[in-house]
Design a protein around this ligand. Structure first.
Ligand code: NA7
Length: 530
């Protein structure tokens, strides 16, 4: 047990925490990063399930703050697999000598603000205490695993693996009877790989998802050279698009094109693969008829790929496309053509129970050896409210957000002075390429701390009016279009009892960055300094 004092304590050593440490150190802030895992990497440290892979192209899903780093690092595939992303995180930690200021294997349980000293005291579950003027939660948007509420879950006698808490040692499914519960990105990425080994695979699907082929392949050296010859410009161009991703995003309306033109465009995008599929037309997320055309196209593909028409129908999503996060897959639908792969629809009749040897559904026991839980995360707020955070006058973040979160720019909250969140609710976060978004947030936070240091300010707090105005704007923007018409983790709908409030900012990365810049240029408008 120890107690030490710092200028800044950062919780989380994923890409956000690592870059924060690098920048804060550069400005002379005495910084400590506290991380629950045993190494750096965040998402890529925990999500080691078979098939785990980023859904943004590798050349874009990487840091850009250091030109030498981005020139020297070589990705091997179009979409990096988890082990390579973890290796990259480790490389960055080595290159910038980060680990010496990171305390691993330490989970923060509580944080309390002392108004008299304008300092936070963080207490870890092992009893270690960290006192600091500033406290940054760099805990990620998808980091608190969501466990399904199924009777008997803990009673299963064989191994149970959650995709978000995958063991470090290799899991061998050879000859095993395996159940996978959940068909979001994690299920869709892992199911084809598990099917290669398993003797029998039972997939329990509550809601079918749209998956677009990744067409993953070794990274084309010509493309790599081209991007690297103008990396800075390439990055700048990416930041001018709403998701902060370099790609072909058309502005025309799907309904203005003829059916033949639309079909040709969707085919072309399907063949190219990846998230830019939804960039086929500008109105796909704003016009139900337009969305129907692209959703029908994907349903048509599912029916073409999956040989058994009943299985194909079960796999066809009924909700709009893009309401839930689009999945990027490798052979997902084709996996169901294998005789040992079985799809069990548990939408109308949920899983009844988990027994020591089976998953019970529709009155039948599916006998299994291994249980894989791919039920996602308590997204956006879960990791923040997992810590007992108490601000001014003992303001309790968990209670404050019981009816849904609120934040100024996803960066700070009234009554919680000197606390910053990286990609918090109300920031564009998961609608963008997370790496540049993280860098933007970190730069903004660090610049703000430097501004305070120059002026000898000791406390900063979001003003209630500014927070309310931003949150109202954010909620207003989220209602434009179709996004809120689907139950999703963006809305908190995947966690039982969680308030349904739309969390990521839907106004686009450029608009958000402009607002952040204006706030800073105006002497941090909407913030009060002490
Ligand atoms: P997701 O996308 O939240 O998917 C979780 C899946 O688990 C989804 O299909 C859920 O169905 C399903 N689920 C949840 N609870 C149950 C129960 N009780 N029974 C059956 N099925 C259930 O999480 P992922 O980890 O796949 O991906 C999260 C993000 O990580 C992803 O969007 C990428 O950004 C990376 P539901 O749809 O709720 O009916």
């Amino acid at each position: 047990m120890s107690e030490r004092e710092y200028d800044v304590v950062v919780v989380g050593a994923g890409f956000a925490g690592m870059y924060l440490l690098h920048r804060l150190r550069g400005l002379g802030f005495k910084t400590r990063v506290v991380e629950a895992g045993s190494d750096v990497g965040g998402t890529w440290y925990w999500n080691r399930y078979p098939g785990a892979r980023v859904d943004i192209e590798s050349m874009q899903y990487s840091y850009q703050f250091d030109e030498d780093l981005q020139q020297e690092w070589q990705w091997s595939e179009r979409y990096s697999p988890q082990p390579e992303l973890l290796k990259y995180a480790g490389h960055v930690a080595d290159r910038f000598d980060l680990r010496r200021d990171i305390q691993f294997d330490t989970r923060i349980g509580s944080a309390r603000y002392d108004e008299a000293t304008s300092r936070w005291t963080l207490e870890a579950e092992n009893g270690d205490r960290f006192v600091a003027r500033f406290f940054v939660m760099a805990t990620g948007c998808l980091s608190k695993p969501n466990w399904p509420q199924i009777e008997g879950l803990g009673s299963f006698a064989g191994p149970t693996y959650h995709t978000a808490l995958w063991p470090h040692e290799k899991v061998d499914f050879t000859g095993q009877r395996v159940a996978v519960i959940g068909t979001g990105s994690s299920g869709i990425q892992s199911i084809p790989v598990i099917a290669e080994q398993a003797a029998e695979l039972f997939v329990f699907q509550r809601t079918p998802n749209y998956a677009i082929p990744a067409h993953n392949q070794p990274l084309d050296p010509v493309y790599e050279k081209k991007v690297k010859s103008r990396y800075a410009e390439f990055r700048t161009e990416a930041k001018q698009t709403p998701p902060g991703i370099h790609g072909r995003f058309r502005v025309g309306n799907a309904m203005d094109a003829t059916p033949k033109q639309r079909q040709a465009e969707y085919e072309r995008r399907w063949d190219a693969g990846g998230l830019s599929f939804m960039g086929s037309y500008g109105d796909l997320m704003f016009n139900q008829d337009s969305n129907d055309t692209v959703a029908d196209f994907v349903r048509g593909k599912i029916r073409e790929i999956v040989k058994d028409p009943d299985v194909a129908e079960k796999l066809c999503p009924k909700n709009i496309i893009g309401g839930k996060r689009l999945c990027i897959d490798t052979s997902y639908y084709a996996t169901y053509n294998q005789e040992h792969v079985h799809l069990i629809d548990v939408k109308e009749r949920p899983i009844e129970a988990i027994t020591p040897t089976s998953v019970r559904a529709h009155g039948r026991d599916y006998e299994i050896d291994v249980l894989v839980i791919a039920t996602g995360f308590d997204a956006m707020t879960g990791a923040l409210t997992a810590v007992d955070i108490r601000g001014k006058d003992d303001a309790n973040l968990r209670e404050r957000w019981a009816d849904g979160p609120s934040s100024y720019l996803g960066l700070a909250m009234t009554d919680f002075p000197n606390l910053f969140t990286v990609t918090g609710p109300g920031s564009p976060s998961v609608f963008t390429n997370m790496l540049p978004t993280i860098e933007q947030h970190v730069d903004w936070i660090v610049d703000c701390l430097a501004y305070m240091k120059d002026r000898n300010y000791t406390a900063i707090e979001a003003e209630p009016d500014a927070e309310k105005a931003w949150w109202d704007h954010h909620q207003e923007v989220s209602k434009i279009g179709l996004k809120t018409t689907t139950d999703s983790w963006y809305l908190g709908a995947n966690v039982e009892g969680k308030a349904r409030v739309f969390m990521p900012y839907y106004g686009g990365f450029p608009t958000y960055c402009q607002k952040c810049e204006e706030v800073a240029a105006g002497g941090y408008e909407g913030f009060a300094f002490g």
